[in-house]
Ligand binder design. Structure first.
Ligand SMILES: [Cu+2]
Length: 384
């Protein structure tokens, strides 16, 4: 039995390898292209793969032939020595050089194809990498959001990449190649920062995951993002939901009266103008007027206008939390707000019972009670 197993083990190993490559659709697969850019890269990959296979076959055939034909027999004389043979030396220098050229030609073509001037109707999105999350700003629609990038199917998108701290790298494998986000902090007055650009056209509606691909600190590995490629109608509905009243609050509050919007919203809820539970109202009050959340986070239509952390407008529509690392639900949200460092060491957000000291300066603990935590989470999830 053991011998049989041993005999078949190379085959079994191969079978395991082959099977493990099938059937599973990995969220960040780089061999599953869903945009024009990704198709170009994938084409390059498959071309080179088959060239490599051809070379492998030629080498193996030659090798097998040599092994069989020139196998040493007892009493064979010493074979002819070929060291310094000019023809052979030239042959195995020129051969690989030709292969490199054959690979270089389609590669350079792909580089140029992905650097074509962006089309006029492309949608501009300004992407900013921050430790350890992403900001997405849509100048055309006046939208600023974080960690979940919405794109329209079949509409070219033009991403302007920059970083507010260290170098990050934008990578959504199914949609295209990696590109660095360079820091813009040290740019002198009047000079244009060195933006990198990435443009592609998403071809399939669905959601895709991406990841920061340049080491940027303790929680670099937790800097993910989710891309929603929406059908044109759904995309329009999404942009309109921003124009409408985020969090059902904009219409019922007076932005001039700083600090009073929570009270007004509670009043409006009592008057039946907006529909919200007492828990949500309590969370709104805690978020806007009791804790320091608003100093770092913005929610459109309220006086929370901080920009050190992700913009939380329409936060309830996000499927993932804390830059794609977990599902966005009440339970996870409570734990995140209680103790962000448990999930992301060195994240620039204090917990309920620890202060934070870092590049963003000193921040006291947010000091929410358990009850307030539940309420704040319920409020944030109600922002749809
Ligand atoms: Cu990063």
């Amino acid at each position: 039995m053991r011998a049989t197993l041993l005999r078949y083990s190379p085959g079994l190993l191969l079978l395991t390898l082959v099977l493990s490559g099938c059937g599973v659709e990995y969220p960040q697969s780089s061999i599953s292209p869903h945009s024009d850019f990704a198709h170009i890269i994938h084409g390059l990959y498959t071309t080179i793969f088959w060239w490599t296979m051809l070379i492998l076959a030629v080498v193996w055939v030659l090798l097998t032939w040599v092994i069989i034909k020139y196998r040493a027999k007892p009493d064979d004389p010493k074979p002819k020595q070929i060291r310094g043979h000019l023809g052979l030396e030239i042959g195995w220098t020129v051969g690989p050089a030709i292969i490199v050229v054959l690979i270089a030609i389609p590669t350079i073509q792909a580089v140029f194809a992905t650097q074509q001037p962006v089309s006029e109707d492309a949608m501009l999105v300004e992407v900013t990498g921050e430790r350890f999350w992403w900001e997405f700003h849509y100048p055309e629609y006046g939208i600023t959001t974080a960690n979940e990038l919405w794109l329209e199917k079949d509409r070219p998108v033009n991403l302007r990449l920059a970083s507010s701290d260290v170098i990050h790298s934008f990578w959504v494998p199914k949609l295209g190649g990696k590109r660095d986000l360079n820091p813009t902090v040290a740019v002198r007055e009047g000079e244009e920062p060195s933006y990198n650009w990435l443009f592609f056209t998403p071809e399939v509606a669905g959601h895709f995951y991406g990841q920061c691909a340049e080491f940027c600190g303790e929680s670099h590995a937790f800097m993910l993002m989710r891309v929603n490629v929406a059908e044109p109608d759904d995309f329009a509905a999404w942009t309109e939901s921003w124009q409408a009243s985020p969090g059902a609050l904009a219409e019922v509050q007076d932005p001039d009266e700083e600090g009073r919007d929570a009270g007004l919203a509670i009043q409006a809820a009592q008057d039946g103008e907006i529909d919200e539970t007492p828990l949500v109202a309590e969370g709104r009050e805690a978020f806007l007027n009791q804790a320091t959340c608003g100093a770092c986070h913005a929610i459109e239509g309220t006086h929370a206008q901080g920009d050190r952390g992700p913009n939380l407008t329409l936060f309830g529509t996000r499927r993932t939390l804390a830059a794609g690392i977990m599902e966005n639900n009440q339970e996870n949200l409570v734990e995140w707000i209680r103790d962000p460092w448990r999930f992301k060491p060195a994240a620039a957000m204090p917990g309920t019972d620890y202060d934070m000291e870092g590049t963003a300066g000193f921040w006291p603990a947010t000091a929410l009670s358990d009850e307030q935590l539940e309420a704040v989470a319920a409020y944030l999830l109600s922002l749809k």
